[in-house]
Design a protein around this ligand. Structure first.
Ligand code: PLP
Length: 395
C-alpha cells in the first residue's frame, strides 16, 4: 500500500473533516516518524501536541502492554486504584488542594469545567467570560466558549452564557462582568490563536479581581499543561492558583485522556449522578499517564524544556535576523510560534517537502510543539531545513 492508496480509501470511506497532508504515518520513535513508503520525517509537532515524550516512548509502551494483559476497562462504579494514584500525583504537581475528574479529551474536560462552574454559581450565576482568539474544542458548549467565529458559524444556535473579550485587556474583562458572571476561562498561552502569551501583570490583575468578586478562574491547560511551558502547568509561571484546570493532549503520552481538576470548594459542589464519562480514567490511560509523569520527573524534562526553549528561540531569532519575512518569534517553553509577514503556506509546504513536520496556524504563524525531550541535534536539523526553505521562499 502507498500513501496515495490510503488517500483514495479516505475519499470514499472517511468523512471529510480534516485537511490531510499527503502522507500516511505508520511508525514513530521519539521525534521521528515514518510513512508507508519508509520516508523518515523530523516531527516538531508530534500528534498536535499530544506526544509530549515523542512517539511511542518506551515506559509508556511497557505500561500499556503490561496493563492490557491485566484489565483493559473498569466501570467507574468500581474503585480503580490507578485513577486514585494518578489523581494523587496530579494534585501534588499542581500544588493546589484539588480533586480530579478523568475524561477522554480536551473538549470533554472543558465541558466538565463549565458544568462545575454552573454548579458553583448555584442557579444564580452562569456566565463565563472567555477570550477573543481562544480555542476550547469542538463540542457545542466548548465551541460557544471559543473566541473564533470561523469555527462556529455553521452550528448556531450555540449554548448561551459565553462572552468574549480581547486577550490581555483587563479593562475589557472587568467591564464585561455582571451579576451573573461565575467564571473567566483562558489559555495562559493561546495555542490555536497564534502562540499569544498572557502578560504577567494582566493575569495578576484578573486573579485579584476574581478573588474579590468570587469569580472562578478556569485555566484551559489542554495544550499548555504537563510540562509544555517548563513548569508542570502554565499557571505556575504566573504565580497564581486557578480554581479549575482542564487537561488533555499530553497527559496520556498518546493515549486518549482528559482531566479536569478543581479546588475543593468547587469540586465539592458535585454529587453522584451529576456528571460521568464511561471511558474516563480507564486503567490503560491511567497507566500511560503515570508513566508520563514518572518520565518527566526522572529524566528532569522540565529543565530540558527550559533549556531547549532558550536554544530553539535563539536559533529562530538568528533566522529572523537573516530573513525579513519573519516578523516575530514568541512563546513559552516548548510552545513556540514564528510569525511570518507572508508566505506561511509556502513555508509550511516547503518544510513538509523537506521532511520536517510543523504546524501553521492563523495562516501566518508557524507553530512548534516539539517533544519535551527534544535535543539540540534535532533542533539544529530543523533550523537547517527551515533556513533552506526560507531562502527558497523569500527569493
Ligand atoms: N483547549 C485547547 C487549548 C486546545 O488546544 C484544544 C485542542 O487543540 C482543545 C481545548 C480541544 O481538545 P480536544 O481536541 O482534545 O477536544
Amino acid at each position: 500500500m502507498k500513501n496515495k492508496d490510503v488517500a483514495r480509501l479516505y475519499s470514499k470511506y472517511i468523512m471529510d473533516t480534516y485537511t490531510h497532508l499527503p502522507i500516511s504515518l505508520v511508525k514513530g520513535r521519539e521525534s521521528r516518524v515514518w510513512d508507508l513508503e519508509q520516508n523518515e520525517y523530523l516531527d516538531l509537532f508530534p500528534g498536535w501536541g499530544v506526544s509530549i515524550l515523542g512517539h511511542s516512548p518506551s515506559k509508556v509502551v511497557s505500561h500499556i502492554r503490561n496493563q492490557a494483559g491485566k484489565i483493559i476497562h473498569i466501570s467507574n462504579n468500581y474503585y480503580n486504584h490507578l485513577q486514585a494514584k494518578l489523581a494523587q500525583k496530579i494534585v501534588k504537581i499542581a500544588q493546589i488542594d484539588a480533586k480530579v475528574f478523568f475524561c477522554n479529551s480536551g473538549a470533554e474536560a472543558n465541558e466538565g469545567a463549565f458544568k462545575l462552574a454552573r454548579l458553583y454559581g448555584a442557579g444564580n450565576r452562569y456566565k463565563i467570560i472567555t477570550m477573543n482568539d481562544s480555542f476550547h474544542g469542538r463540542t457545542l458548549a466548548s465551541l460557544s466558549a471559543t473566541g473564533q467565529e470561523k469555527y462556529k458559524k455553521d452550528f448556531e444556535p450555540l449554548p448561551e452564557g459565553f462572552t468574549h473579550v480581547p486577550f490581555n485587556d483587563f479593562e475589557a474583562f472587568q467591564s464585561s462582568v455582571d451579576n451573573e458572571t461565575v467564571a473567566i476561562m483562558l489559555e495562559l498561552v493561546q495555542g490555536e490563536g497564534g502562540i499569544n502569551v498572557a502578560d504577567y501583570d494582566y493575569i495578576q490583575r484578573v486573579k485579584k479581581f476574581c478573588n474579590e468578586r468570587d469569580i472562578l478562574f478556569i485555566a484551559d491547560e489542554v495544550q499548555t499543561g504537563m510540562g509544555r511551558t517548563g513548569k508542570w502547568f502554565a499557571y505556575q509561571n504566573f504565580d497564581i492558583e486557578p480554581d479549575i484546570v482542564t487537561l488533555a493532549k499530553g497527559i496520556g503520552g498518546g493515549v486518549p485522556m482528559g482531566a479536569v481538576f478543581a479546588k475543593d470548594k468547587v469540586a465539592d459542589c458535585i454529587k453522584p449522578g451529576m456528571h460521568a464519562s464511561t471511558f474516563g480514567g480507564s486503567p490503560i490511560a491511567c497507566k500511560a499517564a503515570l508513566a508520563v509523569v514518572d518520565t518527566i520527573m526522572s529524566k528532569k524534562l522540565l529543565n530540558n524544556v527550559t533549556d531547549m526553549s532558550k536554544y530553539f528561540k535563539g536559533r529562530l531569532l538568528d533566522l529572523k535576523e537573516k530573513y525579513d519575512l519573519i516578523d516575530s518569534v514568541r512563546g513559552l517553553g516548548l510552545m513556540i510560534g514564528v510569525e511570518v509577514k507572508d508566505k506561511g503556506k509556502e513555508i509550511f509546504e516547503g518544510c513538509l517537502a523537506n521532511r520536517l513536520l510543523i504546524n501553521l496556524t492563523q495562516g501566518n504563524i508557524l507553530r512548534f510543539l516539539p517533544a519535551l525531550n527534544i535535543n539540540k541535534k534535532d533542533i539544529d536539523k530543523a533550523i537547517i531545513i527551515l533556513d533552506g526553505v526560507l531562502k527558497e521562499v523569500q527569493r
